[in-house]
Design a protein around this ligand. Structure first.
Ligand code: MG
Length: 380
């Protein structure tokens, strides 16, 4: 039977690579829904190639000449939710960026869909609520993030109570060997020059600050139910070992492979099965050596802030994630310096205190207030 999938964020880096996976396995996958933010030309081309039943464009621009059997959903979050809950889809690939994926992911879960999640901010902000719903409804949230896919692969057939710790690997980003002062004033072009992975802009900046790793620690905390002090980060510049699990007996399982997002995307879609791929094999002798180092929290304060936000829990991870989203946008627009990203986030975390209870509406309110506050600080 074919897997019937909807893709939220189909024109982005993960979205287009998901469609490459679909193209490689036409007998296994059928596209039911596609959704994009504003790239209408690419979305139109995808609609004509994959013939989904439903599509949406966040900006609300009309697409003329849709093929028979495809209809446009509404604009904005409403359209995303329509695509996410279409009755014909069994799996929803959430490849949106930032907080935008939160509402449609919850809607998809509640509509009984399997979630293949690339949008890590969704779990960082609403992890407790989403994992609670996933357990209640008995629907899986399968990670597309390469590190979490690696951990999931290491855990197949294992007893989760026998995990001693998780070790998440990080490439270290483009500033791994830069001194602090040079990092401080790095420009967007420097930060967008990632050494091993080809990704969207926001996550590439997050890799340069190491906030991406911080968000991944929080993501792992929710996905695998471990406290933050049992989730470590190690710098591994070659990006071949995608993450590791250490068990109670001291054995360490690692998942390795070339840094190609199509592998974790395909695993999330084929899980628990594996489908063949024809990429070149991993050539270890050609690589020669794999190296590992501890992260430098002085030069990359975002990682320590994310760990602390995870420890404090409640609304802190949402503040961290939204403040980071806004700070990265301000940096890409050249309104602030690279070093200001971590300072803006720190100021938001310091000004925040946890509400007594954290429901979904409270998270959305935290999001709104944090965005306003960071924008004001970035202007000042
Ligand atoms: Mg990752």
């Amino acid at each position: 039977m074919k897997h019937r999938i909807s893709i939220l964020g189909s024109t982005g880096s993960i979205g287009t690579q998901t469609l490459e996976v679909v193209r490689d396995h036409p007998q296994d996958f059928e596209v039911v829904g596609l959704s994009a933010r504003h790239n209408k030309d690419l979305l139109a081309a995808q609609i004509h190639e994959f013939k989904p039943r439903i599509a949406s464009l966040e900006c609300g621009v009309a697409l003329p000449g849709l093929p028979n059997g495809c209809r446009m959903a509404g604009a904005g979050s409403e359209g995303l939710c329509e695509v996410a809950t279409h009755p014909q889809a069994d799996t929803v690939v959430v490849a949106t960026v930032g907080a935008a994926g939160l509402i449609p992911t919850l809607a998809a879960l509640r509509a009984g869909k399997r979630i293949a999640l690339a949008n890590k901010e969704v779990l960082v902000m609403g992890g407790e609520i989403l994992m609670g719903e996933a357990r209640r409804l008995n629907r899986p949230i399968l990670p597309i993030d390469s590190e979490h896919s690696a951990i999931l692969q290491c855990l197949q057939g294992e007893n989760l109570r026998r995990i001693r710790r998780i070790v998440i690997t990080a490439s270290g980003g483009p500033f791994r060997e830069w001194p602090r002062e040079r990092i401080e004033s790095a420009c967007p072009a420097d930060a967008l020059n990632h050494p091993t992975w080809s990704m969207g802009k926001k996550i590439t900046i997050d890799s340069a600050t190491l906030m991406n790793k911080g968000l991944e620690v929080i993501e792992a905390h929710h996905l695998f139910g471990l406290p933050v002090d049992r989730i470590d980060v190690v710098i591994h510049p070659q990006s071949i070992v995608h993450s590791m699990v250490e068990f109670a007996d001291g054995a360490v399982m690692a998942q390795m492979g070339l840094p190609d997002m199509k592998i974790p995307i395909q695993f999330a879609l084929s899980f628990p099965d594996r489908f063949p791929r024809r990429d070149p094999p991993l050539d270890l002798p050609a690589l020669g050596s794999l190296t590992f180092a501890a992260p430098d929290l002085e030069r990359f304060p975002c990682l320590a802030m994310a760990r602390e936000a995870c420890r404090l829990g409640g609304g802190y991870p949402a503040v961290l994630s939204v403040a980071n989203e806004e700070a990265v946008a301000a940096f890409l627009a050249e309104r602030i310096r690279f070093g200001d990203i971590s300072r803006l986030i720190e100021a938001e975390l310091e000004a925040f205190s946890n509400p007594s209870a954290l429901d979904f509406e409270t998270i959305l309110e935290i999001e709104r207030r944090t965005r306003e506050s960071v924008r004001a600080r970035a202007r000042g």
